[in-house]
Structures are given as structure tokens and as C-alpha cells.
Design a protein around this ligand. Sequence first.
Ligand code: NAP
Length: 293
Amino acid sequence: MRQFKVTGQTQVFGIFGHPITHTFSPQMHFAAFEALDLQNVYLPFDVHPKQLKKAVESIIPLGIKGVNVTIPHKENVIPYLDQLTPEARATGAVNTIEITSDRLIGHNTDGLGFVKSLFEKNIDPCGMSVLIIGSGGAAKGIAISLLSAGVSEIVITARNPKKREALATRLRDYAPKSKISVFGFNTEGTPPIRSKQPLLLVNSTPLGMQPGDPLPFPPKYIDPDWVVADLIYRPNETPLLIAAKKVGAETISGLGMLLYQGAIAFEIWTKEKPPVKIMRKALLQALSGAKLT
Ligand code: NAP
């Protein structure tokens, strides 16, 4: 353990959310700072939605060097930023703020983090067909990044017709030449996709977080040549992933997305190569010590 002292040189990073007690980002970023011998701190800021504008306006005056943004501020923070990356604009959500001397630049590293977690397992999504279950915030982020990565088709299956249509419209606006379709959510029925390409199935619903949750997809339709990803990281191996593994499919847990969204943010702020192994270890330690809520 290094001797850490806050001094006049200490740089401040942090995360804005409400509530914020659930976050694992401080452990992950502190471990990364320590590994690179950077005398920085990363703090959880519990920012009430009514105070979000003031909190964002304080970033530059206070000299804060980097900020993550989490629930419920990912969309509402946008009007207070000076610039958005194309991916953040297309997603309509920001999870990382880059700070220059006079500008706040909004990034979304969630989707790219997911894509990196695929590459880590030697899976290149380019040309794959993708079936995404759910149409919430996480689905939006990963779908945009998967389109940027060159997937051939995205099918969304979700229970809320308005939300799934809105997501499809957003994706068609972003990638007009891509094949995008939507279906109702059905845990029992046949899968709404017939694909000659290798298929990537992604669960972006919370089904699998609580014991007794139904599976978000009928395992009898999972093929051994599919890749099955779950965005849930607690538990690290969900019932869907266990069922997919049994069939022989490749599985990806949400831990990789959590890790790489943080690693990409770290690089944006510090311009240093993130110590991914150490960040993963810190996350696993934090997750194993955390109570299930
Ligand atoms: P969200 O915006 O609330 O979206 C959740 C989606 O799941 C919505 O489409 C919702 O449908 C659907 N859903 C919820 N309960 C359902 C049920 N019982 N049956 C069928 N559909 C259901 O949440 P989110 O931010 O996208 O997060 C989704 C999951 O991803 C969570 O488990 C979260 O922990 C995980 N996540 C992981 C990471 C990571 O870094 N690994 C990052 C972000 C999120 P309605 O719209 O109809 O409610």
C-alpha cells in the first residue's frame, strides 16, 4: 500500500450521481492512480437533480480534472456541457466529462466499453447480427457503439412499444443503411431473429439480478455458435450466462463493460494507458465485498 497524502498537488476527479453510495468507480480509479503513482483522488459526489446545473458549472472554477456521470444525470447533464462527442450525441447520454481549460466535453464510454469487452474475448462484432433485449439507457449506448463497430443488423426486443420504437428511430437516424427492427418482449416465444451471420445476444434488462427472476430469453433457442452477453455485473455470472455456457455458447459478463467504460474515461482524463488488470482486480474486490441490495 502506498503512502498517500493529499497535498497542494493533488488533483480531484469524481462521479456525480444521486444516490451515489452504490458506485464502484472510486475503488477502480484509486487503484489505477496508485498503480501509476498519480497523487489523485476520485470522489463520489451526491448531486441532487435540482443542483445538477450548479454542480456542473462548478467543475472548471474548482479545478476538477475529470468527472463521471451516473444515474439519474446521464441525459440531464447534456444542456450544461459545451460539446459532445458524436457517440454521446447519438446516444443522448453522457457518462464522462472531459475538462479542458475552458470547456466541458461530454463523452459516452459505456457502449465503447461494451465493445472493448467483446474484443478482449477476441470477438469482433463487425458483420454480426445482434439481438438486444431491453430498450433502456444501456441498450441505447451499446447499440450506437455496435453500429459504429460495423454490426450488420440490430433487432430490439423490449416490452415498452414506445421506447423500443424510439430506440429504433434513434439507431436508424445514426446509421440509416443498417437493418434495424423491433419486436415485443417474450421470454417464452421463438426468437425474433433468423440469422446466417454469427449472432450476438445481449441482455440489457435487469432480469437476472435478483434470485428468482425469469430468464430474459428462452435458453432452448441459444445456439452453441452464439455469443451471449449480459450487461449485469452483479452477479458476475447470471442465470442467462450459465444457461448459455451449458449450451456451449461464448459468454460475456457485464463486468467487462463496467471496467472498460472506466478505463476509457481514465485515458481521456489522464492521457495515460489505463492499468486494466489492476482496475479489474479492484472492481472484483469491491464487488465481492459489496452487499446485494
Ligand atoms: P433502464 O434504462 O431502466 O432500462 C432497463 C430495460 O429493461 C428497459 O427496457 C426496461 O423496460 C427493461 N425491463 C426492466 N424490467 C423488466 C422486466 N421485468 N421484464 C422485461 N423488461 C424489463 O436500465 P439501464 O440503465 O439500461 O440498465 C439495464 C441493465 O444494464 C441493468 O441491469 C444495469 O445494471 C446494467 N448496466 C450495466 C452496465 C455495465 O457497465 N456493465 C452499465 C449500465 C447498465 P421498460 O422500459 O418497459 O421499463
